[in-house]
Design a protein around this ligand. Sequence first.
Ligand SMILES: Cc1cc2nc3c(=O)[nH]c(=O)nc-3n(C[C@H](O)[C@H](O)[C@H](O)COP(=O)(O)OP(=O)(O)OC[C@H]3O[C@@H](n4cnc5c(N)ncnc54)[C@H](O)[C@@H]3O)c2cc1C
Length: 313
Amino acid sequence: MGDLLSRLPEVEGKYTENRAMDTLSWLRTGGPAEILFQPAHMADLATFMKGLPDDIPVLPIGVCSNMIIRDGGIKGVVIRLGRGFNGFEVMTNGNIRAGAAALDAQVAKKAADEGFDLAFLRTIPGSIGGAIKMNAGCYGVYIADAFVSATAVTRTGKIVTLKPEDMDFSYRHSALPDDTMIVQCVLKAPTGEPKMIHQKMEDALARRAESQPTKERSCGSTFRNPAGFSSTGQADDVHDLKAWKVIEDAGLRGERLGGAQMSEMHPNFLINTGDATSADLENLGELVRKKVAQNSGITLEWEIRRVGEKSST
Ligand SMILES: Cc1cc2nc3c(=O)[nH]c(=O)nc-3n(C[C@H](O)[C@H](O)[C@H](O)COP(=O)(O)OP(=O)(O)OC[C@H]3O[C@@H](n4cnc5c(N)ncnc54)[C@H](O)[C@@H]3O)c2cc1C
């Protein structure tokens, strides 16, 4: 790709060459980004996208809590939103406007202070942008339930407003193109007593800590819950089988490969025990998929995104 930096448009934000990504990644693994771009503001991001040659790939990231960045690093430009994109505001119509870089937990806490119940976001470690892309949710509530609209910058530099019908939300999925970046969104939430909502969030945190390895380095659920089977044996899309159970049934609770492990506490959590590489983590995940398929005929699908290049060494 030649000297990539010299081919990038002039911007107000910051380009960093060969930026280490392991320190930004939740799993603390992975190779560098060829370029990391941190836009100064939305128009700056639009200028960047518009002026970027077509052959240079972009990857929006949040806080990488659902991503294995491969050891060979990421070609092209990784875009990460900084401080200017983490606003929070209750609008006059009672909806909430939040920046895409705001952390889910912070948005949940600020909303609760104002008497709005977005408690489901409290225990999800990602950013609002990542939550929208992934339709993040827990305990039966998803970002799709709160989503009113989002402002995004497309790969061609257009600033667009996305409505629910543009998103096609489903289980851990949205139709947002991989190279379109969300910059902010509007959410609606039920109202309630701030004290009760804060208590609800404390209860959810305690519930998580009882059943999930919340102190380990993981990306949460590794695999999507598999679609179930109807009484006629036809596959359906209910996702009522639990990935952890089919992993457990294949005898893979606690399975290790290098520094990677399927958690003893929750077999669908892939953890970095300390010195894992991204290859350890991905290869263990693939091993689990293979053994589960042999044991039960079920094909597990990754929920964690794997991005970048495999290391040649
Ligand atoms: C301990 C733990 C528990 C978890 N529990 C849950 C849970 O209960 N429910 C759940 O749904 N998830 C859970 N997760 C997974 C993860 O937190 C969510 O998927 C989260 O929404 C990812 O957000 P992120 O900012 O980290 O996104 P990243 O991991 O950085 O990116 C994920 C995807 O979103 C895209 N993306 C990120 N930001 C933007 C943006 N601004 N615009 C466009 N695309 C963007 C990326 O390109 C990528 O495709 C858990 C993770 C951990 C570590």
